[in-house]
Design a protein around this ligand. Sequence first.
Ligand SMILES: O=C(O)[C@H]1O[C@H](OP(=O)(O)OP(=O)(O)OC[C@H]2O[C@@H](n3ccc(=O)[nH]c3=O)[C@H](O)[C@@H]2O)[C@H](O)[C@@H](O)[C@H]1O
Length: 439
Amino acid sequence: MKQMPHLDGIPSTPGKFKMDKSPYRLRWNSSPLAKLIFWSCVFLGVIFLFLFRSSPSNGMDSSTLQFDSSRRSLRTFSWGGPAWEKRVRSSARIRVQNGISVLVTGAAGFVGTHVSAALRRRGDGVLGIDNFNDYYDPSLKRARQALLERSGVFIVEGDINDQVLLKKLFDVVPFTHVMHLAAQAGVRYAMQNPSSYVHSNIAGFVNLLEVCKSANPQPAIVWASSSSVYGLNSKVPFSEKDRTDQPASLYAATKKAGEEIAHTYNHIYGLSLTGLRFFTVYGPWGRPDMAYFFFTRDILKGKSIPIFEAPNHGTVARDFTYIDDIVKGCLGALDTAEKSTGSGGKKRRPAQLRVFNLGNTSPLPVSDLVGILERLLKVKAKKMTMKLPRNGDVQFTHANISLAQRELGYEPTTDLQTGLKKFVRWYLNYYKSGKRSAE
Ligand SMILES: O=C(O)[C@H]1O[C@H](OP(=O)(O)OP(=O)(O)OC[C@H]2O[C@@H](n3ccc(=O)[nH]c3=O)[C@H](O)[C@@H]2O)[C@H](O)[C@@H](O)[C@H]1O
């Protein structure tokens, strides 16, 4: 066999590289110019690599790169190709008469998973999209994804800021509805990472609406707003007619901005838009950043839990709402959503624009939440009373749900004791093997 001597000198692993034997060593040491050229090449190479990897997708590419400001990391998503399109079509296929075909954003999230599963159970077509970011333990999102996959729901990995991907999804499937649940959640985290709220809740929402307005047919959109838009209001219960111009957190401000943005897209392009103001949603497969979840974890670990108290020993209370009730509200909103009225990016006539409170109408103090958890877990909590932080928390929330009752047939039926019992049962089962740990 012909020898290839020029290859022999190339080390097979870096560990075998012997600098002393390098024929370049002498010249390297002796010439500062060579040094300069070498490092310039390395530098240019790094720049070239970065630009090459960041070049925008041309619409035909099967992968896109996103800069996720919330995570400060580069994330690569792969999509496209005949097999991928087949999965997308199959997941979004309607299986019943008069069914709907729904794109669910944030499908690996808490509410997204439950809504996707419920739609699928009814025989509706469901396709999910989620960027699987690491705001909280991504393995929980992966477990939710696995759950949905078992029932035939495919979650596309991608970001709602990726216009090329969203357009592609609408090219492949003529979605009748979008259930928009992808968001940066959490009221306190907004002080740590404000740009992630702008990125997901404002830029991402606008990007989605841009794609929806140009889609043919335009879908009807139902999306998650928040009880936090009531901000510092003191009149209870909160009604949709009340002012929402004094948000207490950037999270609340971005959700309020979303409501105004919805108005604009409805007004200009005839998109049918329904905003749902969720009130502290809890339940199985929930979010580990929420109090009921990490209180459970910390009580079991014997760690102390901070319980917030308003000035003058004032009670802090929430209108805790169980996930199954929220899901019913979401389906009610989808089922009563009228069609969008635009086409070719133009409004033909006025379209539906709605906003509803989805709460439980029976607020309870956080101390009651802790008491119920103690009884269910059979462990006494180490409580630490702390002043209500001034970084976004409000003292109480309380929903007036009469509008949702009338228009959506929304009727919450789960009290906090019953709902937490179901959550604790799930939690103990999910983390029981010791293989998983709640971070
Ligand atoms: O309805 C909403 O729109 C929002 O609901 C949720 O926010 P919140 O109602 O603030 O829920 P959550 O953090 O579970 O705190 C619950 C209670 O525990 C108190 N709380 C909290 C933390 C703590 O360490 N101690 C404490 O007493 C705290 O003061 C509060 O009274 C969602 O996270 C948010 O994304 C958004 O959807």
